[in-house]
Design a protein around this ligand. Structure first.
Ligand SMILES: [Zn+2]
Ligand SMILES: [Zn+2]
Length: 221
């Protein structure tokens, strides 16, 4: 019996016409009840970072804009309770099976972005040892999307353990890996976008090393 990766209830085997919409999800291992609790970002969102419910630039984007920094970020889902629970089980508890849950959405999203090189935000060596995998490359690999690792990260306090002021004041902890060529057009990929501090730091390093256009994407905002 196949069960839902998130709630362990049995997944339907027989497919009725009315289930066709759900089929795609069940192939990736979660039931429709769990799927419905994820909340896709609606039409009303910050034009530059996709923050839900903002009609104009949000306070985070204004903060960057006042520093002369541009934000060009897109995201698929709101960081609601269901997403927080998913991220915590996938990333912090380390359930690697959960990397497949958004495979179809991610594959569809990146289908038309072939002009860009996808660059995942790295995790530090210490985090890699603790977790055993980079949650971002896990999501991309499960989606069958190709990416290039260009960055490395020094060990610092986890972004998730910092308050807003600490996040915004984060010091540069990224550098370019040895012997890589930095392409001109890049989409930086992360699992969650909170204030944008991580993306801005990674972007800064890439621009200094030859990138001309760097946008970003996260599963959740
Ligand atoms: Zn479920
Ligand atoms: Zn914004």
């Amino acid at each position: 019996m196949t069960v839902c990766l998130l709630c362990q209830q049995a997944l339907k085997k027989r497919i009725l016409f009315s289930d066709l919409l759900l089929l795609r999800r069940e192939q990736e291992g979660i039931c429709s009840d769990c799927q419905e609790k994820f909340s896709p970002i609606s039409e009303i969102h910050c034009p530059t970072c996709f923050k839900e419910g903002e009609e104009a630039s949000c306070t985070d984007c204004l903060y960057w804009s006042n520093k002369g920094l541009e934000v060009s970020h897109e995201s698929l889902y709101r960081y609601n309770e269901q997403m927080a629970d998913y991220i915590s089980r996938y990333k912090f508890i380390g359930d690697y099976l959960l990397r497949t849950v958004f495979a179809t959405e991610l594959r569809n999203y990146f289908k038309n972005k072939t002009d860009y090189t996808l660059v995942p935000i790295p995790i530090s060596e210490k985090r890699m040892t603790e977790r055993g995998f980079n949650q971002v490359t896990g999501l991309l690999s499960a989606a069958g999307v190709s990416f290039v690792e260009l960055l490395q990260k020094e060990d610092t306090k986890k972004q998730s353990e910092k308050n807003r002021a600490e996040r915004l004041a984060s010091k540069q902890s990224f550098s370019i890996l040895a012997n890589v060529d930095v392409p001109e057009k890049i989409i930086l990929i992360d699992d969650i976008y909170t204030t944008g501090a991580t993306i801005q730091l990674a972007k800064q390093i890439l621009m200094k090393n030859g990138a001309k256009a760097v946008t970003s994407f996260s599963l959740a905002r």
